[in-house]
Design a protein around this ligand. Structure first.
Ligand SMILES: Nc1ncnc2c1ncn2[C@@H]1O[C@H](COP(=O)(O)OP(=O)(O)O)[C@@H](O)[C@H]1O
Ligand SMILES: [Mg+2]
Length: 318
C-alpha cells in the first residue's frame, strides 16, 4: 500500500482508427494524494480526455492500453475482467463530464439516479440521504430537483447534481473533465467555488482537466502540463507560475497572463503540435521551441526528476 489515492506509471494508450495507430497518451506518470487537486492542462487534442477515460477504463473500443501501475485507492485499474471493471467504475474512480446530460438517463427523474447510487452503497433510506447530498452542492430546492427529469434542469444545476452523485459513491479519485467549459461565466465561478469547498470536506483526490491555466491556478495544488500526449512538466501551482521550466509551460503561462491583462501583448507560439500518428524522434515541442538544442530532436526526452517532486521533460534541465 502506498497511501496514494492515485498512482499511474508508464501509461500508454494507442488507438487504431483504420490502422493509423494514434499514440494518444505516452509514458504518463501521475500520482495524487488524498485531498489533493491535480490540474491536467493542455490544448485541445493533447490527450487529457483520453487520460481521464483511461482511469475509468472507458478507453475507446479497440484501443490498446498498457501501464506498469494504474491504481486508485485499493483498486487495480489494470484488470481485464469487464465485470470487475464495471464494479470499480464510480467506486474507485468517478467522472464528471463536460456535458453532464450524457451522464443521466433522460427517461428517469433525478430521484431515480440518486436512488441507484445510494442503494448501491447500501443506504436503504435513500431519500433523506439524497436531499443531504444535493444540499451539499448548494441546491436549495432539493424536492423539486429530485422530482425533475434531467432536461428540466439548467446546465449548472445538472452539473451540480452530477457532482453530488459522483461524490455519493465515495470514490478514491474524481476525474472532472472540463466541468465548467459549457457553463456561462457566473455559473462557472459558482461551480469552481463549489469544487474549492468540496476539496476541503471530501476525502477524494481530484484530477481536474482544463485547457484554462487561470482556472487551474485558482483551484489546483499541483499542475501537470500535457502536450501532444505527454506530460511535459509537473509541479506545484506556485512552482509553475513563479518559474515555469518547460518552454511550453512558460508559453501557456505567458498567454494566461496576457489574457488576464497582466501583459501587453498575447505571445505568439508559431507552428502546431506534431502528429500523434507519427513515431517520435525527439522532443514533441522541439519544432516550436525557441530554446531548442541540437540534442532535442535526436532522441525522445525522458521525464527529468527535480527537487520537491517536480519533473520536467526538457533537456535544458537535464
Ligand atoms: N475515439 C477516437 N478515435 C480516434 N481518435 C480519437 C478518439 N478520441 C480522441 N481521439 C484523438 O485522440 C487525441 C486526444 O484526444 P483527447 O484526449 O480528446 O484530447 P483533449 O481532451 O486534450 O482535447 C486527439 O488527437 C483526438 O483527435
Ligand atoms: Mg477533452
Amino acid at each position: 500500500m502506498t497511501g496514494l489515492a492515485l498512482e499511474i506509471r508508464g501509461l500508454d494508450l494507442m488507438l487504431d482508427p483504420l490502422g493509423r495507430r494514434l499514440h494518444v497518451v505516452r509514458s504518463l506518470d501521475l500520482e495524487l494524494r488524498r485531498g489533493e487537486v491535480l490540474g491536467l492542462i493542455g490544448e485541445s487534442g493533447s490527450g487529457k480526455t483520453m487520460t481521464g477515460l483511461s482511469l475509468l477504463r472507458l478507453e475507446p473500443e479497440g484501443a490498446r492500453l498498457t501501464a506498469e501501475i494504474m491504481r486508485a485507492g485499493e483498486a487495480d485499474l489494470l484488470q481485464s475482467e469487464e465485470a470487475e471493471l464495471r464494479a470499480l467504475r464510480g467506486r474507485a474512480v468517478g467522472m464528471i463530464f463536460q456535458d453532464p446530460v450524457g451522464a443521466f438517463n433522460p427517461a428517469k427523474r433525478i430521484a431515480w439516479h440518486a436512488r441507484q447510487v445510494l442503494v448501491r452503497r447500501g443506504i436503504a433510506d435513500w431519500r433523506p440521504a439524497a436531499e443531504r447530498l444535493l444540499a451539499e452542492v448548494d441546491i436549495a430546492d432539493t424536492a423539486r430537483v429530485l422530482g425533475a427529469y434531467p432536461h428540466q434542469l439548467s446546465g449548472g444545476m445538472l452539473q451540480r447534481t452530477l457532482i453530488a452523485l459522483v461524490l455519493a459513491a465515495n470514490p478514491a479519485v474524481v476525474v472532472a473533465d472540463e466541468p465548467t467549459t459549457n457553463l456561462d461565466n457566473i455559473v462557472e465561478q459558482q461551480i469552481l467555488r463549489l469544487f474549492r469547498r468540496l476539496r476541503q470536506t471530501e476525502d477524494a483526490a481530484f484530477l481536474f482537466i482544463t485547457h484554462d491555466m487561470t482556472v487551474a491556478a485558482s483551484l489546483c495544488d499541483r499542475i501537470a502540463v500535457m502536450y501532444a500526449g505527454e506530460v511535459v512538466e509537473i509541479g506545484t501551482t506556485a512552482q509553475l507560475f513563479e518559474d515555469p521550466l518547460h518552454p511550453y509551460t512558460a508559453a501557456l503561462i505567458a498567454t494566461a497572463r496576457a489574457l488576464e491583462g497582466e501583459a501587453e501583448r498575447l505571445p505568439e507560439l508559431p507552428g502546431e503540435p506534431p502528429s500523434i500518428a507519427e513515431p517520435r524522434t525527439g522532443c514533441a515541442f522541439a519544432s516550436r521551441c525557441a530554446r531548442r538544442l541540437e540534442g532535442c530532436t535526436l532522441a525522445p526526452v525522458p521525464m527529468i526528476p527535480l527537487e520537491g517532486g517536480r519533473r520536467v521533460r526538457c533537456l535544458l534541465h537535464g
